[in-house]
Design a protein around this ligand. Structure first.
Ligand code: ACO
Length: 436
């Protein structure tokens, strides 16, 4: 880590001696104050619920400038990656730090494709779930269960195991998500078809049946690939931090990624795309565009508990660059499927317009996030709403595993162990039950 040319001095109003703290400079973004010795020097912790001001690690993978609305994977702007590269190239970039040339891409794609099938036994495990189980409940179980099926890649301290588990996870996630869908639809599972692209194969496993082939529509294939690229990584968000924290104990990669899947499920995180589409459908049922004003009043009323889903972001205080790309894809997909007049898309545009002009949203710097449009695209493709977050998990797996592997390779890595400000009872004695 590079020391900045200044340091921080912490002083106290009670006369305790002040201390100097080192400041480090990244390649871009805010400097950080190193407080690792704070407790040893002062007997105090820092207090930062929700990690609003805490860098929990150093990372060279993804950088977000929330004020500018900029997202870079390994230095490359998301706009360039989404328009020039496909998901396999993006995975290579995130995992190994460089964009592949033609030969490296072919080799990487082949290495991933080799692992697309899952152990045949997994389907019997899946059959233990209720047919109406939420796909994220199934995914949490299936991804965790991978550690029981692939013992030869569970040692997180072995670089070869880390590489194989990364390839396995990227390759098998589409197979598992499609299996979860087929199970709920009561259709037979479709084996992967390795002659297809990553996105094409997923569409095949989702929509083909043994009695009918599925011809991949290139517009839909590209749209899905773009969804994967846009969701591939996003720095130290809640699920990625969960994966890091979980993996910091030395647990196996499949278990750590299962923890990420569980975290992503929440409506404040990956579950927002599902919540957003449900919200649009609710407004549509209330009367559509005519009711947008009334709905917005509810959103602005703090007592209503209603939020404009797909709006707002912890880091972006500007337009989420992924939302712009997703809006473009949304238009392309709807046009290719003859759904230009899709009422939910029109409704989304109307909500966006009002929100971008309304003082409530302007003052709080609330802009559409990626989930605002991704749900409409997925719905148009024929993906059921309940599967949206599982698709997000599929795409984010590469980011999770890249971040996990980066952490394990970092010489400064330690088991994660936050401290607390204790506000409970001080020591007291237990009374026998009859006297309490
Ligand atoms: N609708 C209405 N008001 C909102 C919204 C929203 N979507 N988002 C934030 N606000 C308001 C808050 O009520 C708060 O108002 P106040 O200052 O008057 O109290 C202010 O804006 C700041 O919001 P915070 O909740 O403090 O912002 P935070 O960074 O903690 O939360 C979050 C970010 C969780 C994403 C929030 O904006 C939200 O819940 N959005 C809707 C869910 C969503 O779309 N999540 C997807 C995130 S992106 C992703 O995971 C891919």
């Amino acid at each position: 880590m590079k020391l900045a040319d200044n340091k921080a001095t912490l002083s106290f109003s009670n006369g305790s001696a002040s201390i100097d703290l080192p400041v480090y400079r990244g390649t871009v973004g805010p400097d950080v104050i190193d407080i690792r010795k704070l407790y040893a020097q002062t007997g105090m912790f820092t207090y930062d619920p929700g990690f609003l001001s805490t860098a929990a690690c150093q990372s060279a993978i993804t950088y977000i400038d929330g004020d500018k609305g900029e997202l870079l994977y390994r230095g490359y702007p998301i706009e360039q990656l989404a328009t020039t590269c496909d998901f396999m190239e993006t995975c290579h970039l995130l995992l190994y730090g460089r964009l592949p040339d033609i030969a490296a891409k072919a080799e990487f794609t082949q290495r991933v494709t080799y692992h697309t099938m899952v152990n045949e036994q997994m389907q019997f495990f899946l059959r233990g779930f209720r047919r109406d189980a939420h796909p994220m409940a199934i995914m949490t179980g299936l991804v965790g269960a991978l550690s029981a099926f692939y013992h030869d890649s569970t040692d997180i301290h072995n670089p070869e195991h880390r590489d194989i588990s990364a390839l396995r996870l990227i390759a098998k996630m589409p197979t598992l998500v499609a299996m979860a869908y087929k199970y709920s639809a009561g259709q037979p599972f479709m084996y992967p078809k390795n002659s297809l692209s990553y996105a094409g194969n997923f569409l095949h496993m989702m929509f083909a049946t043994p009695c009918e082939d599925y011809v991949v529509n290139p517009v839909i294939e590209r749209a899905l690939d773009r969804i994967f690229v846009l969701h591939a990584d996003h720095e130290q968000n809640a699920s990625t931090s969960t994966v890091r924290l979980c993996g910091s104990s030395g647990t196996n990669p499949f278990a750590a990624i299962a923890a990420g899947v569980a975290c992503l499920w929440g409506p404040a995180h990956g579950g927002a795309n599902e919540a957003c589409l449900n919200m649009l459908e609710d407004i549509q049922a209330m009367g559509g565009i005519a009711k947008v004003g009334q709905f917005m009043e509810q959103v602005k009323d703090k007592n209503s508990g209603v939020k404009l889903m797909g709006f707002g972001h912890r880091v972006y205080k500007n337009y989420d660059p992924r939302a712009k790309l997703m809006q473009e894809t949304c238009k392309e997909v709807l046009a290719s499927l003859g759904l230009e007049n899709d009422p939910l898309f029109k409704l989304a545009m109307a909500l966006e317009k009002i929100a971008l002009e309304d003082d409530y949203f302007v003052q709080r710097k609330l802009y559409p996030n990626v989930d605002f449009y991704s749900g409409i695209v997925q719905r148009a493709i024929g993906i059921p709403v309940s599967l949206f977050t599982a698709i997000f998990a599929l795409a984010r797996t590469v980011g999770w595993i890249a971040q996990l592997n980066e952490m394990i390779g970092d010489p400064e890595y330690k088991i994660g162990r936050p401290r607390q400000l204790f506000s409970g009872s001080t020591r007291r004695d237990v009374l026998p039950i009859a006297q309490r």
